[in-house]
Ligand binder design. Structure first.
Ligand SMILES: [Fe+2]
Ligand SMILES: [Fe+2]
Length: 226
């Protein structure tokens, strides 16, 4: 955890934002169970970042902060989002919990003084994803899907897409492992869509846009190879 303390010199990250402070701040906002999930996301985000070639420190920071508003009630999220001037999609007005990412980013800016746009973007985009995400956003989106607390049946296909083999974990120290982050995102979008269809819940059009975008990324890649 000492590594996170070095984050202080990064643009848009206040000097007091070390891991002890963040842990205390997060634990005042979420249950113990959620805290464990968040810890899993921060650890997985670090492992992914090391292999995807983006900042491990920022990935850990975004991992720790991504669900800071996860336990805020839907009605309050809608009201906070409106007060922060966010544009709400009709599906978000019905399913306020979808706003915990964007509102979480605003809260981090307001309460922590965090202005690093990459980290704020990764927090905001972690639930629905976005087309053309930064590598940091992709890392946090995926870490949220595959952290060790998630159901193994759900995560196995995503790990396989990422790793290209049957490993459902990263081998410690093997930071040179080549991972297919776009394929991982495509498979996790499709797993999310399947779940939504099975449970008869509303689908945010952005989820479909993101799935289509990454499908095209993979298809265009295949065409270049063939
Ligand atoms: Fe979340
Ligand atoms: Fe999460």
């Amino acid at each position: 955890m000492a590594a996170l303390k070095a984050i202080n010199k990064i643009d848009g990250v206040p000097e007091n934002l070390d891991v002890d402070f963040i842990k205390k701040w997060i634990s005042s906002k979420v249950s113990e169970r959620r805290f464990k999930h968040i810890e899993g996301v921060a650890t997985t985000a670090k492992q992914l970042a090391a292999r995807a070639g983006c900042s491990v420190k920022l990935a850990e920071l975004a991992g720790w902060l991504h669900d800071c508003c996860k336990e805020v009630k839907d009605k309050e999220l809608i009201s906070l989002a409106t007060n922060f001037g966010l544009q709400l999609h009709p599906v978000e007005k019905i399913n306020g919990h979808l706003l915990h990412g964007p509102v979480g980013a605003c809260i981090c800016r307001e309460e922590l003084g965090l202005t690093n746009t990459e980290v704020l973007g990764a927090i905001a985009e972690h639930t629905l994803g976005a087309v053309n995400m930064t590598t940091l956003s992709k890392v946090v989106f995926l870490a949220d899907c595959i952290e060790p607390g998630r159901n193994a049946d759900y995560t196995r296909p995503i790990w396989q897409a990422l790793n290209g083999d049957t490993d459902s974990h990263f081998v410690a120290g093997n930071n040179d492992k080549v991972i297919d982050i776009d394929m991982g995102i495509l498979v996790s979008c499709e797993a999310g869509l399947t779940d939504l269809l099975k449970s008869g819940r509303l689908i945010h059009p952005k989820t479909v846009d993101v799935r289509n975008y990454y499908l095209q990324v993979i298809q265009s890649r295949a065409q270049v190879v063939s």
